[in-house]
Ligand binder design. Structure first.
Ligand code: PEP
Ligand code: MG
Length: 897
């Protein structure tokens, strides 16, 4: 590769194609060679070969093995060593590498080429018997477990026995003779479990290892991971066969992993772990306590400096944060891998913004690098600081480890991945997976759990990487935890925690607490996020408004960047305890005068509500949607009422005094009246019944009261100096005449209030488009509507004829599961149906009123894919819940870029 000017040209495609063919690891190794980074000589067996092998049921494609042998000769020539030759034995590693990184999910075999003969030869060459037999036993162990499927524990038992016999606690204290003995024992274990001798022929070793890597593509943990990460199953893995370099040949050797920036926070500077006199797997597996990479500056100053400069070179080349693996053999630095580093959402945002400022990427690239879903992280619950302080001061903070993946999580302690999955999926419990360290086999448990806690491992341990990738809070390396898997308990000093006990972990601070701590929603104050979102604002053409009913929601929405209120569901206020009785009184009134009285009593409440909203949204539009739901929703449930009535009647029998009886009779009279009314209002299809504009026409005084409240509030706050832009929205219109009639009545009320108050308010009347007929006749409707807002919850319900209230817990799930529907149409807009109606509505509406403002206020307004569709439709804005406003800002920018 060092002779190539471009890997793309070699493959005849894009960098994507290069990665698809060579796998990510191979493509990057080749690229490092090409730009002059020191990489041990090696070659790649492509994913194409893997796919042919797997399709053929386990037969190498024709000619492949000859090519492998040829490539091996090239390496031999490069290194001056020969595979299997005792004079200068060449050892290689055989590693998987798919197009998308799947850390630790597939297999690796190191030290291939060692056998009894070459091992002895290497002892003679290096004079280091300890190192050679450590390497040899590792080959047998990895070969045994990866290629032949021998359980890890079998080898672990031998190691434990060896440590005990030698009277040492760590493997690195074992001596040459110990390793020689372990090697012999491993060979026995191998023979006993596989019925064959450990293969002495290096080419046989290489062939079997290559096959094992191919097959590991379809291993359970790889399949689980791909399912979780949405990686297609037909890509296959490449096999990287690379000359071994050793980090365990003495104290002038080391191995480590490093990220070019901090993967949790995004801070600049190397972050990572390394181990002196160790092999790579020791670091990643989190088995030995690692050292912080920065201490390498003291122990290996030259290699450290070179690593820093390689980090810069790689960032400049890839224009992204890199995650590197390296080994130092006798003082010489070798790079074994680089890839785009996994990072938390927080780090991703900071890195994108910093890299823009450093001139590595452009502003639009930064905006595109962050997915709208990542923004969601910033809105994840965090522990309430007061509860943290309280827990700390009451001794409930039991340990502290590394804060490797932020967020707050609480749940039942579970010590095993399968159980974590069962308790979560079957029993609906929240769990925290607790392990000494996690391995790729534990991924399903980690995904099921709320968070993960380990007693060993560093910032780049498996648990940390995977948790970060999937946005799970994680605390690792909690040395104070003594986990006893066999007893299913752990000790932390004096405290004993058993499986099923509740703990909380704080991925921001690394703290572990007893019990479940309450969480709270954060504010987005991250300065990098604020910058990124403001850049997104420069690209987007869609406005982002919020659905908010109360001043507090409006405040939050505004602080998140909302440019208006797209939907205030005015009826929500009627449900509050001090208003519901008044509203019920209005519903029950037999005489107009009683109804009037109830409405008059409600007016000040509504006025105050609206005034509060207007104040918060000073200078921005506020759309108030007039009452929409059917009236029975404001009355108690009929069945419940019947139950209460028979109860009351029984109590009369037992009542002692006359006043008691009178009181009960009065209560019965009220409840009877409620029941009567509830029965009268009962409809077979209430969602298609007396609701929306129909209700407004049926009880004109109700919507008039609402309009009066809006205009009185508008006048009130105008006098306070607030700029108010009210928009009155009429729901569920199906025919232009409904809007005409209702608007005329309401306009008159608006004019009356403004005349009384002697003030002119800048207002608009508009409608929701949430019935197919409204969309189809939008030109007629636009005669009377100054704006449209798509109520896509109802529009989806009525277009599909699927109940929005029931379907999502019923057949819809089955439909989506079986692939009958590509997705839940209540979550993402149905492009072929609902969106087509929306398009007709926009086109027809604007044919009458070219400047017609069209927005969306259904739940889809906060869904990134729906937002992209709204952008294509040329909508004016999307309106969504305050918490989705930042996500919508970014999604709208993505749609525009
Ligand atoms: C809608 O139907 O999409 C809408 C926003 O109104 P509601 O959900 O209140 O019916
Ligand atoms: Mg609706």
């Amino acid at each position: 590769f060092d002779e190539l000017d471009s890997a793309e040209r070699y493959v005849g495609g894009s960098w994507e194609d290069v990665r698809a063919l060579f796998g990510g690891k191979g493509a990057n190794l080749a690229e490092m060679v090409r730009i002059g980074v020191p990489v041990p000589p090696g070659f790649i067996v492509t994913t194409e070969a893997c796919n042919v092998y797997l399709e053929a049921g386990g037969i190498f494609p024709e000619g492949m093995w000859d090519q492998v042998l040829q490539a091996l000769h090239t390496i031999e020539a490069d290194t001056g060593k020969t595979f299997g030759d005792p004079r200068q034995p060449l050892l290689v590693s055989c590693r998987s590498g798919a197009k998308f990184s799947m850390p630790g999910m597939m297999d690796t075999v190191l030290n291939i080429g060692l056998n009894d003969l070459t091992a002895q030869a290497m002892v003679n060459l290096t004079g280091d018997e300890r190192f050679v037999f450590d390497a040899y036993r590792r080959l047998i162990q990895m070969f045994g477990s990866v290629v032949m499927g021998v359980a890890d524990e079998v080898f672990e038992h031998v190691l434990t026995a060896a440590r005990q016999k030698a009277g040492v606690t760590v493997e690195s204290d074992l001596q040459a003779a110990d390793w020689k003995e372990v090697t012999d024992r491993f060979k026995n274990v191998f023979r006993n479990h596989t019925q064959i001798d450990f293969p002495q022929d290096p080419l046989e070793q290489l062939r079997m290892a290559t096959e094992a890597v191919f097959k590991s593509w379809n291993g359970k943990r790889a399949v689980d991971y791909r399912n979780a990460a949405n990686i297609p199953h037909d890509l296959g893995t490449a096999v990287n066969i690379v000359t071994m370099v050793f980090g365990n040949m003495g104290n002038d050797c080391a191995t480590g992993v490093a990220m070019t920036r901090n993967g949790s926070t995004g801070e600049p500077g190397l972050e990572g772990d390394f181990l002196i006199n160790a092999q790579g797997e020791d670091v990643v597996a989190g088995i030995r306590m690692t050292e912080d990479i920065t201490t390498m500056a003291a122990s290996f100053p030259e290699a450290y400096e070179e690593l820093c400069s390689i980090a810069n070179k790689l960032e400049l080349h890839y224009r992204d944060m890199q995650d590197m693996e390296f080994t130092i053999e006798k003082g010489k630095l070798w790079m074994l891998q680089t890839r785009d580093g996994k990072r938390t959402a927080r780090a991703a945002v900071r890195i994108a913004v910093d890299m823009t400022r450093e001139g590595l990427i452009s502003m639009d690239q930064a905006v595109l690098r962050i997915s709208p879903e990542q923004i969601d992280f910033f809105l994840h619950p965090q522990f309430d600081p007061a509860a943290i302080a309280d827990a700390r001061s009451h001794g409930r903070m039991v340990a502290r480890g590394l804060n490797v993946s932020p967020g707050a999580a609480g749940g039942l302690v579970v010590f095993e991945a399968d159980l974590a999955e069962t308790w979560t999926k079957r029993d609906g419990k929240k769990v925290i997976l607790v392990r000494p360290e996690t391995k790729p086999d534990d991924v399903h448990g980690l995904l099921a759990a709320q968070g993960v806690l380990t007693s060993r491992g560093g910032r780049t341990s498996h648990a940390a990487l995977v948790a970060r990738q999937f946005g799970k809070p994680a605390v690792v390396g909690v040395a104070a935890l003594e986990i006893d898997l066999s007893k299913r308990e752990m000790r932390c000093g004096e405290t004993l925690i058993r499986e099923g006990d509740v703990i909380s972990i704080d991925g921001n601070t690394g703290e572990v607490f007893l019990g479940e701590l309450p969480t709270m929603l954060p504010d987005i104050k991250d300065p990098w996020l604020i910058d990124l979102l403001s850049w997104a604002d420069e690209y987007r053409t869609l406005g982002v408004w919020a659905n908010a009913d109360y001043p507090e929601d409006a405040r939050r929405a505004r602080s998140y960047g909302a440019q208006g209120i797209g939907l205030c569901r005015s009826e929500h206020m009627f449900f509050e305890t001090d208003r519901l009785p008044l509203f019920q009184k209005m519903i029950m009134a037999r005489l107009p005068v009683d109804q009037r009285e109830a409405l008059d009593a409600l007016l000040p409440f509504q006025r105050d509500d609206f005034a509060g909203l207007f104040r918060e949204m000073d200078g921005m539009p506020v759309i108030i949607r007039l009452i929409d739901p059917p009236l029975h929703e404001f009355l108690p449930d009929l069945v419940e009422l019947m139950g209460q009535l028979s109860d009351l009647k029984l109590r009369i029998r037992d009542a002692g005094t006359l006043p008691d009886i009178d009181a009960l009779l009065e209560e019965i009279r009220i409840k009877e009246r409620l029941r009567e009314q509830a029965e009268k209002l009962k409809e077979q299809n209430p969602m298609l019944g007396m609701r929306g504009v129909r209700l407004g026409i049926h009880i004109p005084d109700l919507t008039k009261m609402q309009v009066r409240a809006i205009f009185e509030a508008a006048c009130l706050v105008t006098r306070e100096g607030v700029t108010v832009l009210p928009k009155i929205m009429i729901p569920l219109v199906g025919h232009a005449n409904e809007l005409k009639v209702q608007r005329e009545a309401l306009e008159a009320e608006a004019q009356a209030v403004m005349a009384e108050q002697n003030l002119k308010i800048d207002y608009k009347f508009g409608t929701m488009i949430e019935l197919p007929r409204a969309a189809l006749t939008a030109d007629q409707i636009a005669e009377y509507a100054e704006f449209f807002s798509y109520g896509t919850n109802d529009l989806t319900q009525t277009t599909y004829g699927i109940s929005r209230d029931d379907a999502e817990s019923g057949f819809l799930i089955e439909y989506v599961g079986k692939g009958i529907l590509p997705e839940n149409p209540f979550a993402t807009l149905d492009e072929d149906g609902v969106v087509q109606l929306m398009k007709i509505g926009v086109d027809k509406g604007r044919s009458v009123r070219p400047d017609l403002e069209c927005g969306i206020c259904g739940e889809h307004g906060g869904d990134p894919r729906s937002i992209a569709l709204c952008h294509s439709l040329g909508l004016t804005y999307v309106s969504c819940s305050p918490f989705r406003v930042p996500i919508a800002r970014l999604a709208a920018a993505h749609a525009a870029l």
